[in-house]
Design a protein. Structure first.
Lengths: 280, 421
């Protein structure tokens, strides 16, 4: 029964993965066969300052995007408690998810424009000098994170909302009888019982944040953006090596390193979940 | 009823005659219906490309050409994976910066024999552009469809308001710098010039004007740190030191060309390829004019152009070769010129191109510039070392590093790329 799916899995995932793995030990011209160069790509990668900077950027972005999870928890709790309009709220927060990332990036690019953007206009009203959010590499990662959080909110809300609905109402009623207030209920009932959903959302968020690429691409506009060099993420570096600079072997090595990082990050989370995730 | 029958008969007869004719011309398999695809990236040119495809089918009724447009930069990633996987378009546009791996990887049709057979007169094409695509392997992979040279677009309204004379045809670097200074009005949010880090429309031109070059003649080392080349780069850093240009951050937020269209910068050094876009922007077209590049030690502009190439993995190499010659030929040049979208490479199309935009009176400067044009430097893995420009040059543009230091470091990086096989 599962065989057809397995064939698809092998063809679409296993084969590309294996060939990427092999290529990462080769020097590969764009077309034709490559030559084995051992761990050359990896040693080059470790001494490539661009790689370390991109790694730092991806790490920073990932940490920032994690802030979206507490926001999503609070919002999900508020939406579940809303007397009416729950569906409307869910739709509104889900809209960015189904919108084309390119369109989203473009709109944010306008909003964050240093001279003519709405954000800086609003800031100027309260006397705060604006910055070149998408043209200055001191700020680009934060700009990406804001948009990343906003775009991820919809999915997180659905998952956490479903988690909230599975918490028995009796628990709240019983605790209310015992004199627990809203805040106490949130920390003593909601959070512990929601922890499996929170764990799931965290794992997904970290994986997708480490793979972030499209926002760099769209929000920085053209390659003439001088902030690009300080704003590249790991996957952007991979794209550049494999598709712009025609260095497929090097690109493959970057992809493998990213895979290892994601695997380690996920393994650590599964380790740590025993301490805080409640499956009762 | 009868009439309709007659008509049908006439059409059939005509079709038979036509195919008979064309098989006489081309021989062999030309009765066979063939459909080929033509990959392009620029949306503004797509209508002209479709017209060329239709004109070609008129001449070769058994071959239909489907124009496939993909946006930049997706065009390149799709092309690369398509060529490797056997699904690339049969014919497609190619740039000098990108042709090397495709040619050396055996992905392109060699059309030398077709050029010989059809006795194509190569002198009709700009030599600098042909040279640009010469891979030194004795093969020709394509002929140029268009050519671009650079000049200075300027906004007459800003000149008038500042009471500054329009650029003279023989203006110098110093004139350019002074003009930019005089036109700058921080209070009004107007700058004299846009000075981004732009190789093709910007600093390569001034490097050659200063008597320098970007890469050595043998293609093995960078010369961007030579005293002459440094002067060519100082042309731009001086404009920033004068505050005659928006900062690089501002130019990263809003591209130079957009700023020019918005009337925020008075002068913009760039290519003929903007002509139609500026012409169609009714808000600004009436104020737009164009002057030749200022003279440094000498006149110079880099030149480049798109060539039409064929995919080696095509199922219809003969049809594709015919189309490639047609799409870079005289009739196609006329069609492109009429659309105004680009300056065609084939000699003789210039007048039509200029006539497509009658209110732009000085487009001739782009054509005159062919006289002193030099091929765009594209040695080695050009996509890689050109892509590094902002990494090394930004600090010089912003004045936090000397031009000497920045170019020295950039030259070292270019040397490393050129040394790779």
């Amino acid at each position: 029964m599962i065989a057809p799916a397995l064939v698809g899995l092998a063809a679409l995932y296993l084969w590309p993965f294996l060939s990427t793995f092999v290529k990462s030990f080769m020097k590969v011209p764009v077309f034709g066969a490559g030559t084995f160069t051992g761990v050359d790509n990896y040693t080059k990668l470790l001494s490539d300052e661009d790689f370390w900077r991109a790694l730092g950027n991806s790490a920073r972005y990932t940490l920032l995007v994690l802030l979206g999870i507490p926001i999503a928890i609070v919002l999900a709790a508020l939406i579940e408690q809303a007397a009416k309009g729950r569906t409307l709220y869910r739709v509104l927060f889900f809209l960015p998810v189904v919108t084309l990332p390119v369109a989203v990036g473009m709109v944010w690019r306008f909003i964050l424009n240093g001279d003519f953007g709405i954000l800086n206009y609003l800031l100027s009203l309260v006397g705060i000098p604006g910055e070149y959010w998408v043209a200055d590499d001191r700020f680009t990662i934060y700009a990406f994170a804001v948009v990343g959080i906003w775009m991820g909110l919809g999915v997180n809300l659905i998952i956490l909302g479903a988690g909230l609905q599975s918490i028995p109402v009796e628990l709240y009623e019983a605790s209310a009888v015992d004199g627990a207030g809203r805040i106490r209920q949130f920390f003593s009932i909601t959070l512990p019982l929601l922890s499996p959903s929170i764990f799931f959302v965290t794992v997904l968020t970290i994986i997708s944040a480490l793979q972030m690429f499209d926002l760099v691409f769209v929000m920085l506009g053209s390659v003439n953006n001088t902030a690009i060099d300080g704003s590249k993420t790991i996957v952007y570096l991979f794209y550049e090596a494999a598709f712009v600079q025609f260095k497929q072997g090097y690109g493959a090595a970057i992809a493998i390193v990213l895979l290892v990082i994601i695997m380690i990050a996920t393994a650590i989370q599964f380790r740590l979940q025993r301490r805080w995730v409640n499956y009762d | 009823m009868h009439k309709r029958l007659l008509n049908t008969a006439a059409v059939v007869a005509a079709a038979v005659l036509l195919t008979a004719c064309s098989s006489g011309n081309t021989g062999g398999d030309s009765n066979e219906k063939v459909a080929i695809t033509y990959g392009v990236w620029a949306g503004t040119q797509t209508p002209a490309m479709k017209e060329i495809a239709a004109a070609f089918t008129k001449e070769h009724p058994n071959i239909t050409v489907k124009v496939e447009e993909r946006p930049w930069p997706e065009y390149w990633s799709t092309l690369q994976t398509g060529a490797a996987g056997g699904t690339a378009p049969d014919a497609f546009w190619m740039l000098a910066q990108n042709i090397r791996p495709y040619a050396s990887g055996g992905q392109l049709l060699n059309i030398s024999d077709e050029i010989k057979k059809e006795k194509v007169d190569l002198s009709k094409y700009p030599k600098a552009v042909l040279d640009l695509y010469d891979q030194g392997d004795g093969k020709t992979y394509g002929l140029p469809k268009d050519v671009d040279t650079n000049a200075v677009w300027f906004n007459k309204a800003i000149f008038d308001k500042a009471g500054v004379a329009y650029p003279a045809a023989d203006w110098t670097w110093d004139d350019f710098r002074q003009t930019a200074k005089k036109l700058t009005d921080p209070a009004a949010g107007v700058w004299g010039v846009a000075a981004p880090i732009d190789y093709q429309g910007g600093y390569y031109n001034t490097i050659f004007q200063a008597g320098g070059q970007v890469i050595s003649a043998d293609g093995k080392t960078a010369e961007i740190d030579s005293p002459e080349a440094q002067k060519g780069i100082e042309f731009w850093t001086n404009l920033h030191a004068d505050k005659s240009s928006p900062t690089l951050k501002q130019l990263s937020d809003t591209e130079a060309e957009t700023m020019f269209e918005q009337g925020k910068v008075a002068m913009y050094m760039s290519g003929a390829y903007w002509a139609l876009k500026l012409y169609e922007n009714k808000a600004i077209a009436g104020n737009v004019d164009v002057a030749p590049l200022p003279i440094g030690e000498k006149r110079a502009t880099v030149t480049s152009g798109i060539v039409n190439v064929g995919y080696a993995g095509t199922k219809h190499p003969d049809a594709v070769k015919k189309f490639l010659l047609f799409a870079s030929g005289k009739e196609a040049a006329e069609i492109q010129a009429r659309s105004g979208a680009v300056l065609p490479a084939y000699e003789g199309g210039e007048k039509t191109w200029m006539a497509a935009m009658p209110e732009f009176k000085n487009l001739q400067v782009f054509i005159d510039a062919k006289e002193y044009s030099v091929p765009l430097p594209v040695q080695g893995n050009a996509a890689e070392w050109q892509g590094d420009q902002t990494k090394y040059l930004t600090a010089a543009w912003e004045g936090t590093t000397s031009v000497a230091d920045a170019t020295k470091q950039y030259a070292d990086a270019i040397d490393k790329v050129l040394a790779e096989k």
